[in-house]
Design a protein around this ligand. Structure first.
Ligand code: ADP
Ligand code: MG
Length: 274
């Protein structure tokens, strides 16, 4: 069976009585690059955080690589246990029931997803190399020698082989963000999420980070990218999705959404951004 890398089905997310995501549907195929655009406060970060299980959704379903997030689905029990489960509403119309996943299951799923945030969140007391090796050694229990060799390769890939022993404070914002990307890649993710990875950078440092992301996309990585870099969206995105007030109001190729938006609000947004 083939399934999408990400399948978001009618997802709602509320914080208290504030509903931030209002029925979001989104599919990301393997190898696809989706750029998520939208005004500040529209729910972009929340949506990314839901994909990484940093937030629990209020309603709807998210499938990652075919697996349901948050809950796990199995055939409903038969007999009196099934009857009780049906009565409590735990059984779906397909005759399956849901149970909360174990921590180990959540951790295994989360390891498939790498995330890069706006603020460089490197460990300040570790060198670039140590930052990259930390999770492979401590979490994935890979041999240190192997992790070190791979970290060097990753540093090479983001153009920082000469900076292996530099600490974050000795690196520019752009270099730190490239280390953050290398660090995420060290866990061999199948999906990479970027939340405004260049928004906190000085303008002259934006290009080097976008170019690493573009290489990654060319290499076939599945990516969901929140960014206001329209040039990047045009050039790299397979699909552009426009989020407004927790709803996807426009979706299509960059040409469709950026140059020929369907909705007034999307058009408005681009006249301000471009
Ligand atoms: P965007 O990334 O598009 O700017 P966010 O997803 O960060 O938007 O936020 C969408 C809305 O959700 C905002 O109104 C924000 O205040 C609210 N929000 C986000 N996270 C939380 C939280 N942990 N608790 C309460 N409200 C939140
Ligand atoms: Mg945000």
């Amino acid at each position: 069976m083939t399934h999408a890398m990400v399948d978001v089905c009618d997802v709602y997310k509320s914080f208290g009585d504030h509903t931030v995501l209002k029925g979001v549907n989104l599919t990301v195929q393997r190898g696809e690059v989706v750029v998520l655009l939208g005004p500040s406060g529209s729910g972009k970060s929340t949506l990314l955080r839901c994909l990484n299980e940093l937030e629990t959704i209020t309603a709807g379903r998210i499938y990652l690589d075919g697996e349901l997030l948050g809950m796990t689905e199995q055939p409903a029990p038969t007999g009196w246990r099934g009857m009780l489960a049906r009565r409590s509403g735990a059984v779906t119309s397909q005759g399956t029931w849901l149970r909360q996943r174990t921590e180990a299951e959540v951790a295994a799923q989360r390891a498939k997803v790498g995330m890069v945030f706006q603020r460089f969140n490197l460990f300040p007391h570790m060198s670039a190399m140590e930052n990259i090796m930390e999770a492979p050694v401590q979490v994935a229990h890979r041999p240190e020698k192997e992790a070190r060799a791979e970290a060097l390769e990753l540093l090479e890939r983001v153009g920082l082989r000469d900076h292996a022993n530099h600490f974050p404070a000795q690196l520019s914002g752009g270099q730190q963000q490239r280390v953050a990307i290398a660090r995420a890649l060290a866990m061999h993710p199948e999906l990479m999420l970027f939340d405004e990875p260049t928004s906190a950078l000085d303008p002259e440092l934006v290009g080097e980070v976008l170019s690493v992301m573009q290489d990654l996309a060319r290499g076939g990585m599945t990516m969901v990218v929140v960014t206001h870099e329209i040039g990047f969206a045009r050039e790299v995105a397979d699909k552009v999705v426009f989020l407004d007030e927790g709803m996807i109001i426009d979706e299509g190729t960059p040409a469709q959404v950026i140059d020929n938006p369907r909705s007034e609000r999307t058009r408005d947004f681009f006249t301000k951004v471009l």
